[in-house]
Design a binder for this molecule. Structure first.
Ligand SMILES: Cc1cc2nc3c(=O)[nH]c(=O)nc-3n(C[C@H](O)[C@H](O)[C@H](O)COP(=O)(O)O)c2cc1C
Length: 162
């Protein structure tokens, strides 16, 4: 296991969009990938987005990350919205001091792949390194487990060598 401190910060929303069908998709696609990476790497998970759920017990308000400085490696997960990351994720990147971190992006999407998102992360976080991202189609989140595992471990080894 890694000596470096790793955070998985993710935005995931689908379950809150599926009005009347909340039971159908208990977790968003990106959250499912984030969970898989957490299992593989044993790292902390942080949900970026507030969720205004249909049921109060499912609503979630993110608390600020108090020990952000301690994290060396940040897996950053989000769905693709309009060919890039959701606005809340851009705001997240601007609201923390992303200096001397290694950022590892991953996304779920419906056909756009990573879109412009990685270029946007590099533009916003100029003092951090941004590794190659992983794009997983929404429909292949469960069948891509091996691909996700291989990528997560390869990226981690690369991040640790920086
Ligand atoms: C507002 C909105 C905009 C979207 N724009 C795109 C897009 O430009 N390209 C794409 O491939 N998928 C797009 N999608 C599909 C999502 O990226 C995809 O369903 C993703 O897996 C959702 O992740 P989540 O379940 O973690 O929220 C969009 C979805 C929403 C809700």
């Amino acid at each position: 296991m890694s000596n470096k401190k790793i955070l998985i910060a993710f935005f995931s929303m689908t379950k809150d969009y599926s009005f009347g069908k909340v039971e159908r998709l208990v977790k968003g696609h990106t959250e499912q990938v984030a969970d898989q990476i957490a299992e593989i790497t044993g790292s902390d998970l942080y949900r970026i987005n507030r969720t205004e759920a249909l049921r109060p017990e499912r609503a979630y308000e993110p608390k600020p990350i108090e020990n952000f400085d301690e994290y060396d490696i940040i897996y950053l997960g989000y769905p693709i919205y309009y060919h890039t990351m959701p606005l809340q994720v851009s705001e997240f990147l601007k609201s923390y001091p992303f200096e001397n971190k290694v950022i590892i992006p991953f996304t779920t999407h419906a056909g756009s792949g990573l879109g412009r998102s990685v270029a946007e992360i590099k533009e916003t976080c100029k003092k951090s390194e941004v590794l190659d991202g992983l794009a997983v189609g929404s429909a292949e989140v469960q069948s891509a487990k091996q691909k996700i595992k291989d990528w997560a471990l390869k990226s981690l080894a690369e991040a640790e060598s920086r």
